[in-house]
Design a protein. Structure first.
Length: 368
């Protein structure tokens, strides 16, 4: 029996299903997952004979608005990693992003991340582009010496059969015509996701008289930012703001109502996207920047784009959305057929079952 401690360990009310999917599909009679509690005292008591590895996700995300709180968290996590090394318990983090989103103390985050990756037994990466990002971030010398041979690629899974089937008709609930194209944003509403660009795009669609409806659905913990968005949406008849946490039982309904998934991520920090994978799970094409995960799907993604500046981001976003709208209105039957093809493609290559087997194989190898 091999035992792997996991951080964060999913709970019944956990809003992030990524780790939960992996554990449920990788666990077996000879592979057990237990919670890794971010505690110095409990790490001190850990026994390498009972726990062989610690599997970490987003462990580098510890920043707080106050510098002293951030520094205290950094020291605590550094000491925990030091204890794990002393106890010969292997550390296996996942590289999710280019850098921490909404970072205020970036130099501290980068310093800790370099220590974390440098002392890991393996680095789990979700796309090959991660290797270039690691070189760019930490330097080619450090990458060659400390990271290159550690990288193991296991792609982000889809959310196939994860969420319960919903009987709620979202189009009917929000008075959306079957002729309207629904552009859906679903996920946490945060500044790095550039939701204000979607509002600007909705204004463009309304000005041009397009039959498009925008839905922005997700919780927002930043009250000031949410108030800013509310003000910007005033007078828009083609945008529906649903500013609350979308529970598992609601997700299927929103996804079925959508015709395209829109997610204008910040390319400076984003490398992978669970939100985009959710859209693709349902066969929805995504309007988003060409981040690492998207580039490596080996499938036609006609509404993705690249940008360098904030203004260029909006310009490219508008072009992609215009193309999606044109394709939808020109031949809706063909558009729906392509949805089905995309859904089948994603499920056949990236389902939780397939990905879970890869994680099982990874953890059970005698020498990762």
């Amino acid at each position: 029996m091999k035992t792997v401690a996991v951080y964060p360990f999913p709970s019944d009310n956990d809003s992030n299903t990524y780790v939960k999917m992996i554990l449920e599909n990788a666990e077996a009679e000879n592979l057990k997952f237990i919670p890794f509690e971010n505690s110095v005292s409990k790490t001190f008591k850990m026994d390498s004979k009972k726990v062989q590895e610690v599997y970490l996700n987003w462990y580098e995300n510890f920043e707080a608005p106050e510098l002293w709180v951030t520094f205290r968290r950094l020291l605590k996590r550094w000491f925990i990693l030091h204890l794990l090394k002393r106890k010969h318990i292997d550390i296996v983090p996942t590289v999710h992003n280019r850098q921490t989103h909404d970072t205020k103390w970036g130099h501290l985050s980068k310093t800790f991340t370099k220590y974390l990756y440098g002392n890991a037994k393996n680095l789990l990466i979700l796309c090959e582009n991660t290797r270039d990002v690691l070189k760019e971030t930490f330097g080619e010398g450090f990458y060659k010496k400390k990271l290159e041979r550690k990288c193991v690629k296991i792609p982000h899974p889809t959310y196939t059969s994860i969420y319960p089937i919903s009987t709620k008709d979202i189009r009917k609930a929000y008075c959306i015509s079957d002729k309207d194209m629904v552009l859906l944003y679903l996920g946490a509403i945060k500044k790095y996701k550039n939701v204000e660009l979607i509002i600007r795009l909705a204004k463009c669609f309304q000005r041009k008289g397009y039959n498009g409806k925008f839905i922005l659905a997700g919780g927002c913990s930043d009250i000031d930012y949410l108030e800013q968005l509310r003000k910007e949406t005033q007078g828009l008849t083609n945008l529906i703001l649903v500013p609350h946490f979308i529970g598992d039982e609601e997700i299927d309904g929103f996804m079925k109502a959508a015709d395209v998934f829109i997610c204008p991520l910040n390319i400076e920090s984003s490398l992978n996207s669970g939100s985009c994978m959710l859209g693709l799970t349902y066969g929805k094409q995504v309007i988003c920047p060409k981040i690492g995960t998207i580039q490596e799907l080996n499938y036609s993604m006609p509404y993705t784009y690249v940008y360098k500046t904030k203004e260029e981001h909006y310009t490219e976003l508008e072009k992609a959305a215009e193309k999606a709208y044109s394709d939808f209105t020109r031949n809706v039957v063909e558009y729906r057929e392509k949805e089905t093809e995309l859904k089948c493609y994603m499920e056949s290559r990236f389902s939780p079952t397939i990905t879970g087997k890869k994680y099982y194989d990874f953890f059970m190898k005698e020498d990762n």
